[in-house]
Design a protein around this ligand. Structure first.
Ligand code: C2O
Ligand code: CU
Length: 505
């Protein structure tokens, strides 16, 4: 507590706290002038986020509540590393693809064309879309063949930070650049949180000529560990620059779109105010030193620049323990340059602590399922599964619309797994966490957790899997059929070609 208060935010705050509380951490620097302006009275510095700008799709629909656009998956040469062209796999020619930005209630219509040499689909990660729009090949739609088109249409029902990506051969397709951000705004959110900035974090595996590494690089070890690309990108760029003004808040919407890399984000001299993550605001804000995001997860956090005017700093990736050998011999990496402009500091806006009422899901009478995330290694092969069964041999879980279940997710394997569920938000049953709605949660190696989920709407077949996409590809995935007792039966057949990746069986 004491330490936290003594964190060197601003010289003027520090000096007063030191006077009142007897701060033992460090002597305050000579008091500077008290800021004259409040954060709300100034704008972000000119061109603050130009280097991080994400393309917006061209809206074909004049209705302000409908976002309708063309989206084409195609290979495009891009200069991701200086002086070299990479034949990236893109949406509309950019990495990341266009930012889908709307407000709760907006309708989204996507005219999608697959101009890749392979089949694909799009999954709208985290959005509560109708089952037929979920992009799970064989379960909710047929694979979209090379040259073919598909119309996706859905309503943005929940504020939050989401993303979209392919659901076929996903480790390879995502790893080559197919992903984009989705930001669903709630117009009632306090302005004090600051200006929104989407930070889509990804990595890509390239050789020195900028060519893509083969899909099966690393072989079985690549499957086991998960393929991390050595080139780290923020909104598609290597170490881009963000301009900030001391005391002027920004609201970062961070997305981990890598196929296997965990992020532990740190910024010297700073803490973050975490507001929530996957599916909008948490019940309360929390003051955190670092932001940790496994693949697929998002964070929503207020960043209050606290460096002196005219200085620069670096947002860093710090190795995170995620199982066997994951931090061995690894050092921190630079992600994003933060330049504090030479302008007078402003007084940050006070932030609310209570953010949202999150009613706990009622689990009296809930059925409990055990979902063990398993890894099997033989002398010639590595495969993974749910309860020991790889996806291609699995039987569907079955449930009825309106039911509530508790899933006990067990991980006795040597790696951590980010568990993701399609179709429904869940709540993690853990009193030490701030309540929030989630769709992806890390299950650390040698641990278990419980989550509550209610099948409130939208019957159909929904996937669940590890979001280390290499793990999903080699079998760590299952499917759940939620039946509507009042509707004709849906087929219980196992979807055929999901994640039909490089692995042959
Ligand atoms: Cu983002 Cu089935 O995944
Ligand atoms: Cu996994």
């Amino acid at each position: 507590m004491r330490l936290r208060k003594c964190w060197p935010w601003y010289p003027w705050i520090l000096s007063s706290i030191a006077l009142i509380g007897g701060c033992e951490r460090q002597a305050p620097p000579a008091a500077e002038s008290v800021p004259q302006q409040a954060a709300r009275d100034v704008s972000q510095p000119d061109g603050w986020a130009d280097d991080l700008a994400l393309p917006l799709p061209e809206d074909l629909n004049p209705d302000p509540n409908i976002l309708e656009f063309n989206l084409e998956a195609r290979i495009q040469n891009l200069e991701l590393i200086a002086g070299h062209q990479t034949p990236a796999w893109t949406y509309n020619g950019t990495v990341p693809g266009p930012l889908i930005r709307g407000k709760v209630g907006d309708r989204v219509i996507v005219h999608f064309k697959n101009s890749l040499p392979e089949e694909t689909t799009i999954h709208w990660h985290g959005l509560r879309v109708p089952n037929t729009m979920d992009g799970a090949p064989g379960a909710t739609q047929d694979p979209i063949q090379s040259g073919a088109e598909f119309r996706y249409e859905y309503t943005l029902t929940d504020a939050g930070t989401y993303w979209y990506h392919p659901h076929i051969d996903s480790s390879t397709q995502v790893g080559r650049g197919l992903y984009g951000a989705i930001l669903v705004e709630d117009p009632n959110d306090p302005k004090a949180f600051g200006d929104d900035l989407v930070l889509l974090l990804s990595d890509i595996g390239l050789n020195e000529q900028g060519e893509l590494l083969p899909a099966d690089s690393g072989g079985d070890f690549g499957d086991l560990f998960g393929r991390e690309g050595a080139v780290l990108l923020v909104n598609g760029k290597v170490q881009p620059t963000l301009k900030v003004r001391t005391g002027k808040q920004q609201r970062w919407r961070i997305i981990n779109a890598t196929r296997a890399r965990y992020y532990n984000l740190r910024l010297r001299n700073h803490r973050f105010m975490r507001l929530g993550g996957d599916n909008g605001l948490a019940a309360r804000s929390s003051d955190v030193y670092n932001l940790i995001l496994p693949p697929g997860e998002r964070a929503d956090a207020v960043f209050t620049p606290a460096d002196p005017p005219g200085s620069s700093n670096m947002l860093r990736w710090v190795p995170t323990e995620r199982g066997y050998g994951s931090t061995f011999n690894r050092s921190t990496e630079d992600l994003l340059k933060i330049e504090t402009v030479d302008a007078a500091p402003v007084t940050p806006e006070p932030l609310p602590t209570e953010l949202r009422t999150i009613e706990p899901i009622d689990i009296t009478n809930a059925k409990e399922r055990t979902v063990e995330l398993t890894i099997s290694i033989s002398s010639s092969d590595v495969w993974m599964g749910i309860n020991g069964v790889p996806f291609w041999d699995s039987q569907a879980f079955e449930a009825t619309l309106g039911e509530t279940e508790v899933w006990r997710i067990v991980n006795n394997s040597d790696f951590s797994h980010p568990f993701h569920m399609h179709g429904y938000f869940f709540q993690v049953l853990d009193d030490s966490r701030v309540p929030e709605w989630k769709d992806t949660v890390n299950v650390p190696t040698k641990s278990e957790l419980k989550l509550a989920v209610r099948y409130d709407d939208r019957p159909g077949t929904w996937m669940f899997h590890c979001h280390i996409l290499d793990h999903a590809e080699v079998g760590m995935m299952g499917h759940l059929i939620v039946r509507d007792p009042n509707a004709p039966a849906v087929s219980a057949a196992r979807p055929g070609s999901i994640h039909g990746g490089h692995k042959r069986h």
